[in-house]
Structure formats: C-alpha cells, structure tokens
Design a protein around this ligand. Structure first.
Ligand code: BES
Ligand code: MN
Ligand code: ZN
Length: 539
C-alpha cells in the first residue's frame, strides 16, 4: 500500500456565521425576528427551535404564528397532522410549497425542532441541547440537503453569552462528527470515498447583532476542534501497516507547514543516552523503529509553565511474547489513539492560537513478538532509574509511558495529562461512556470533569490510593509491570503514578472510549473534545 503523509486535512463541513440587524429583533431580544428576513436566506433548510409554549401561544408575536403567515399555512397544516408536538428533539420538516416563493421565501425547507417544555425565561441544559442538536444533524445529513441555516436565538431564548458559546461550539463539534468519513483525506486507501461523502456540507449560524461576537468565537472554536478530531480519527482508523511510528512522526512534522507548531524527534541514540530502557524494551521486538515525538505550541510567555500532554502511541499491540488471542486483534491498531488525540489536540490548539504553552509528547512503537522481543521475566531499567520486572509483555503501554513521564520533568510543567488506551479492565469498569480519570490533584479533577461535561466527552474518577500499590510488588525489581486481574485499570494507573511525583498529573484511560467496535467500527476522536475544552477553559 502506498504511503502518503497526511499534511492537509480538508474539512467535510464548512461553517459560517451571519448577523441579522438588531432592528429585526424586538426590544427584549427574544426570539422574534422579522421572520421574513430569515426565510429570505437562500438555503436548503432553515432550522428553528420552538417550545411547547410557542405552540400553545395564541398571542400575536409567537414565532410559529408569524412563520405560519409567511409560509401560507404550512405550520398550521403540520400542527393539524399532529407533526408539531414540541417534544424535546422532535423534528418536523416543512417542504417548500408554491405559495412560499410568492411570499419571498428562499429556504427550500424549514425544520422545526422541538425544545420541550421550555418557558421563555429558561434556557436548555447543555445535555438537552445536545440531544436535540444530534437529532437535528441526523435529519440534515445523508440526504439531499447540502446547506442549512441554524437560527441560534431560537434555541433557548434567554441564554447568556456563555451558554450560547457552549451550545454553538457543541453544534459544530456534533456536525463534524456527523459528517466525518474515513478515506476522504486518504487517496492512497483503495476506497471509493466519494460515495461515502455526506452531501450535507455547509452549516451557517444566524444570530442577531448583539449575540454575534459569541457565536463567531464559538464557530471558530468548533471548527478548530473538528479539524483536530478529524485528524485524530484519521490516524486511529488508518491501518497499522500505514500508520506506523514513522508515519505518526511525519504527520506531526507535517503540521509545522500548516501551523506554528514546533515539532522535534528524538533519535534512537538520544533515547538510549537518556536511559529510556523501559520504552526501548517494548520497541525492540519490532522491525519498525520507535519514535519519540515532541510537539510545542508556544502561545504563552517563555517563562510560563506549560501544560504537557503525553499520548500512548502503540501503532499495533500484538501483546508481544505474551501474545493476545486472535479475536478482534485488528482493533489493536487503535492502541495509538492516545497519541492521535495528542496530535489532534495540538493541531486544534495551534489553530486556535491559544495564549498558553502546550507541549505534546508521544512515545510510539509497535509491540511485536520476535526473536529480539522482551521475554516475560526480563528486568529493565527505566529513565527514572527504577527497575521493572516485565511479567507480561502485553502490559506495554505503561512501559512506554513511564519513560515519557520522566522525560517531561524537564519542562517543569504546570500539569501533565497522559492519555492512553491502557487497560481492558477500564472497558469492563466504564464501558464506552466515560473515560477513566485518575488523579490526586483537585484542580485537574475538577477542570477535566467540567471540560468533559461541556464537550459531551466525559470522564469518571477512579481511585489511585496507595493500598493498590501493594499489587505491583516484585521479588526481583523495584516493581512488576502488572498487578493481577483485580482493579486492573487502577494498578496500571498506580504504576504510572510512581513516575509522576514531580508535577500535578492526571491519567486518562481511554480504552473504552477511543473507538467503537462492531458494525460501526471506527475511531471516535475522543478525548480531543475534552482536551480542547480543558485548554480553552485554562485560557
Ligand atoms: N492496549 C491494551 C489495552 C486494551 C485492551 C485496550 C483491549 C482496549 C481493549 C493494553 O496494552 C493491554 O494489553 N493491557 C492488558 C494489561 C494486562 C496484561 C495487565 C489488558 O488490559 O489485558
Ligand atoms: Mn498490550
Ligand atoms: Zn496496548
């Protein structure tokens, strides 16, 4: 298969914003624009939110009443048919009628989205908003609709600027997720990508003048986030014969052409000189050389301590000599999703021009069995000086991460977050809903939890207490690399903790959240939304 470096990542969806004059809105800044100026926008679909209260309101001034007048009774007919329930996330698609064009309506469709029991004074919770945004994007995608207009104020009439920002950013994120297809940016894949491309390609957010600034910022953030997510997904989905450590390194370096990121690679000699015996012991079974990637976003003052992201980059995990069973082993190409999320987050960070210093560090190699591979029972010396008895070569993630975690001490970080598809045990504990979060730092715990909520990319706190350290005892070295089956994801985190005492640290186990198996097999792009939201909140 021909190898291409993916250094250009066209989006599959374009976002834009449009501002309507304030005069089109009533004094209370409620959802009462001149409906005429909305329907006069040329689009395949105009999207409007309405609540149950809107439905019952017989008073003039109701959005639906005004709309009905312009649309020549289309709304009333839909109501008569029982299509307008107002139920949260319900969808009612009105299609153009002959009378519409006579009334100056340029929208080909109007999609009415139910907001539920919302009163004029309330705004939707982000969870409710996400539910209806997802339903709406599903309606828009995969059919004849190519462009749509999202009338922002109709989704929560009294929402403050911060709520609007989160809603719009999330909409862009969800639109990116809905329209993502693998293969569009990989001409080398023998894959008729064109057939899979979503016709839905353009989403325009319309807002009144007063809210324009927040919406423009949110769209910009959402756009940058989607680019990072797309890149993370592409890297995860690429086959392991293409997405090798070298490919990851070249992709990271390729970003230097597109952004102000600075990317550096360590040579194998340097890794040896640094004493990365643990990382190199994992790499030694493979014909493919390991890479150690350092990506820098210098957005803050040189004196400012950076946030450091460390991603597990096992481009294929066979288990090594402790070979995995064959079933679904192909999915172990996703064992570099931590690394992919770091590359993606660094891209988003650069595109956003965040005014802080962020460093991404990626130890990457394959975990292969061979005559040169590490044996169970081997003892290796980590960069920290601590020795490790490798009892199971399939517990390799922690072996590559520990040296990276020691390496990053030199940056005197303000916080270090490692991201890894570390344990099957985490999948058993949390499934595909939350990523496992392990930390003793109250700020990191709180900030990551909040960022998870804001991005629908949630985390769940797991324990990290000293009691679990007992399980890592070795008779022959400072520690063993496994702690037995009980609390497998916790002992893995406890192993990492031994290398992170010099800075505030959190570990994210994304084994259950980074990709989906089965018929919908594919990378989720998680936790790029979590990390980008975390960094945005730090700014
Ligand atoms: N990459 C795997 C973890 C994994 C397995 C993630 C399945 C998602 C699905 C990791 O390297 C691994 O093999 N971990 C072992 C550790 C064990 C040997 C202590 C595991 O979880 O079984
Ligand atoms: Mn493994
Ligand atoms: Zn692994």
């Amino acid at each position: 298969m021909e190898k291409t470096t993916t250094n250009d990542f066209p989006m599959q969806i374009q976002f834009s914003t449009k501002t309507l004059p304030q005069a089109d809105f009533d004094s209370a800044k409620q959802v009462k624009p001149a409906i005429a100026s909305l329907v006069a926008l040329a689009t395949d679909c105009l999207i409007l939110g309405y609540s149950k209260a809107d439905l019952n309101k017989k008073t003039p001034g109701s959005l639906l009443l005004e709309l009905d007048a312009v649309l020549g009774g289309s709304v009333a007919r839909a109501k008569l048919a029982g299509d307008l329930s107002g139920k949260e996330a319900s969808q009612c698609l009105l299609r153009a009628e002959v009378s519409w064009s006579k009334a100056g309506v340029k929208a080909k469709r109007v999609l009415l989205v139910g907001l539920g029991d919302l009163s004029a004074k309330e705004s939707l919770s982000l969870q409710s908003y996400a539910k209806l945004a997802k339903a709406t994007l599903k309606t828009l995608s995969g059919g004849a609709i190519e462009s749509a207009v999202w009338f922002v104020p109709s989704f929560g009439s009294s929402a403050d600027a911060d709520t609007v920002l989160k809603q719009v950013r999330l909409t862009a994120q969800l639109a990116g997720e809905q329209t993502y297809r693998f293969g569009v940016r990989q001409p080398a894949m023998k894959f008729k990508a064109v057939e899979y491309v979503d016709p839905f390609q353009e989403l325009r957010f319309v807002v009144c003048k007063d809210g324009a600034k927040a919406v423009q910022v949110a769209v910009h953030q959402g756009e940058a986030l989607v680019e990072g997510m797309n890149l993370a997904k592409d890297l995860g989905n690429l086959p392991p014969n293409v997405c090798t450590p070298t490919y990851l390194a070249k992709t990271a370096q390729g970003l230097m052409k597109k952004t102000k990121l600075k990317v550096e690679l360590l040579t194998k000699k340097q890794m040896e000189a640094l004493g990365m015996g643990s990382f190199l012991s994992v790499a030694q079974g493979s014909e493919t050389p390991p890479q150690f990637i350092i990506m820098r976003h210098n957005g803050g003052k040189a004196s400012e301590a950076p946030t450091v992201l460390v991603g597990k980059g096992i481009t294929f995990d066979t288990g090594g000599i402790s070979l995995k069973p064959g079933e679904a082993m192909d999915e172990m190409k996703y064992d570099m999703c931590g690394a992919a999320s770091v590359v993606g987050t660094m891209l988003s960070t650069a595109l956003l021009g965040l005014k802080q210093n962020v460093i991404g560090v990626i130890p990457t190699c394959e975990n292969m069995p061979s005559g040169k591979a590490t044996r169970p029972g081997d003892i290796v010396k980590s960069m920290s000086g601590q020795t490790i008895e490798i009892l199971n070569t399939d517990a390799e993630g922690r072996l590559i991460l520990c040296d990276a975690l020691t390496y990053v001490e030199r940056f005197k970080p303000k916080a270090v977050i490692d991201i890894a598809t570390l344990t099957g045990a985490c999948v058993i504990a949390l499934g595909a809903v939350h990523s496992g979060m392990f930390s003793d730092d109250s700020h990191l715990l709180a900030d990551l939890t909040q960022a998870g909520h804001d991005s629908l990319d949630t985390v769940w706190r797991m324990p990290l207490d000293a009691a679990y350290q007992e399980q890592l005892k070795s008779n022959f070295a400072d520690m063993a690399n496994i702690g037995g089956r009980p609390a497998g994801s916790v002992t893995a985190a406890c192993f990492l903790k031994r290398f992170t005492e010099k800075y505030p640290w959190a570990h994210l186990d994304i084994a259950g959240t980074a990709w989906k198996g089965g018929a919908a097999k594919g990378s989720t792009g998680r936790p790029v939304p979590l990390l980008v939201n975390y960094l945005l909140a730090q700014s």
